[in-house]
Structure formats: structure tokens, C-alpha cells
Design a protein around this ligand. Sequence first.
Ligand code: CUA
Length: 346
Amino acid sequence: MLDFPLFPESASTFAPKVDALYFFTLALTAFFTLLIFAAVLFMFVKYRRTEENQVGDPIHGSTLLEIIWSVIPFLIVMLLFFWGAQVFWVGVSIPEDAREYLVTGKQWMWKIQHPEGHREINTLHVPIGEKIKLTMTSEDVIHSFFIPAFRVKQDVLPGRYTQLWFEATKTGEYHLFCTEYCGAEHSQMIGTVTVMEKDEYQDWLAGGIVGSSPVASGEELFQQYACNTCHENSGDTLRGPSLKGIAGNAVTLADGASVNRDENYLRESIVRPSSKMVAGYQNLMPTYQGQITEEGLSHLVAYIKSLGSEADANENSGHGSSDHGESHDDEAADAESTESTEASAE
Ligand code: CUA
């Protein structure tokens, strides 16, 4: 590698696409810059004043010339527009089959969790040749997650999820930057992305300390906050709909609007339940704003997403209800007693 590289390495499937467009734009710009400079110099000489009292000829318009210098630039910028839009579209279309990592930004570090539960701070280990999706949020201010070698960058915002995806094509270590000014130590909010061979990555996973997976942590929280009191997985209750198979599906709200229940909808429904009420239900759910950490919210969302599709719900309803039924009732009773003590306290 050069000591002073002009361009970052190209280490993802997305990088060559961005580079091709970038270098084309660069070449185009250089070409027209040189053309205009050359034309200016040429006309300096050719049309210079050669004798005193010389008066220039009046200029008459040329429709043909005007059409040419309008149509050619129009075609060039439309090419750039459609090409750019196509590259952008690849970047924002998150593949369905991608492995999902959770990223939480805070002043001033990146906290990352693997789908198996491994946690890292300011480092990210990924296998080569696999589609990786990052679901990101912030605990405080706006950050931005940037891996130059992959040509991916995405703002990380408090109060909602943003996503980014990549597929690494080259093993090695790459820079990870926060690229949105986020306070005094913004410049320290940096890290490393390590791309490993698949078996090497498996070894790395095996050698690490495994915490609970996001889904397992989410399920724990689900019990802890007694969400199952109103959201039973076996079916809709009077108080709340079943959460089984809802993730990613549309639902009709009380005001008649239809909304897709993506990660942001699920998160909002936990912290501000009354903002988008599902049709047919009353506004009973308390807000959990400030009670659950950002990571906890991400885990709950991961758990709800893991609850499968509606088809699965029907298949599993048989044994699902039989061995969970009683524990539900116990917890429901517990939850009710806490709810009522809270209510009386108020
Ligand atoms: Cu976080 Cu800059």
C-alpha cells in the first residue's frame, strides 16, 4: 500500500460501482475544464486586437449552435443522474438475506453486537463474501457511520433506526469513522473493520465471550416488562394484538391510514404507543420512553422480528400455547399487580 494513498482501498462489492461513477465524473470534469481553458487561450491569440481603433463585429445568434450546447450537456447530466440513481438504489436496497448486526452510537464510541450475541466496541469483525446489514441508532446526538474502503456511509440518528449494508470482498483491516461532528471527541470516535475468511471468522466467534443474542435479550426484556400480558403470541387479546408475524407487514391504523410495521414503527410503538394505534384497539399501553435503553429497544425489535410470519403462527399455535399458557397467566397476574400498584401510586 502507498504511504499516502489518494483513494481508499476498494474492498466491497459496492466500491467499484461508486468508483466507476466517481472516476467517470472526474474524467468528464477534467475534459471540459481543459477544453474550456484551451478554447480561452486559443481565442485570446486568434481574436486579439491587432491594430488601434479596431472594432469587433456584431454577433448574430446561431440557433444550431445553441441547440448543440444545450442538448449535449443535457444528455451528459441525464446520464450522470440515471447512473447515480442506479448506484444509490443498490446502496439503499438492503438484501433480505443479510446478517443483521446492531450498532449503537454514543458520545464517543460505536457499540456493535453480532447476531450471535458477541459484542464489540469500536471494532467490527465480519466474514468475507457475506451480505452484512447494520441496523443503527444513537443514544444521544447525530453520528454518522462511515467505512471508506466499502464506500458506505449512513447517518445514525437518535430515536430511530437507519440501515446500511455491504459485502466485503477483501480481507484486511479498514478504517471506521464517525463522520458527523458530534462533540468534543468526535475525532476520537473511530475504529477498525476487520474482514476475515469465513472459517477464521468462525474461530474468532468461538474464541469470544458470547452474551445473549439480540433475540434472546429481547425475549428476556419482553418477559421482564410483562409485554406478554397484553401481547400473547398465541393470538390477539382484547388489550393488544399478537406480535407474531407482524414485522414487515402492513396494518391499518385507527385513523384509517395504512403503515408498514418496520423497525421504526415497532420502536415508536414501544416508546410512543399512542402515536400510531392499530385499528380496533384502545389506547391502553403505557409509554416505555426512557425506561428501556436504546440497545434494549433494538433487542425487543429483534425479538419481535424473530416471531416469524403469520403462517408460522398458525402452525405453531398448537404446542406454543400448551406449554407457555400457564407461565403467561402467572406473569400476567404479576404484571397486573404491578400495574395496579403503579396506578394506585399515581
Ligand atoms: Cu460521533 Cu462524530
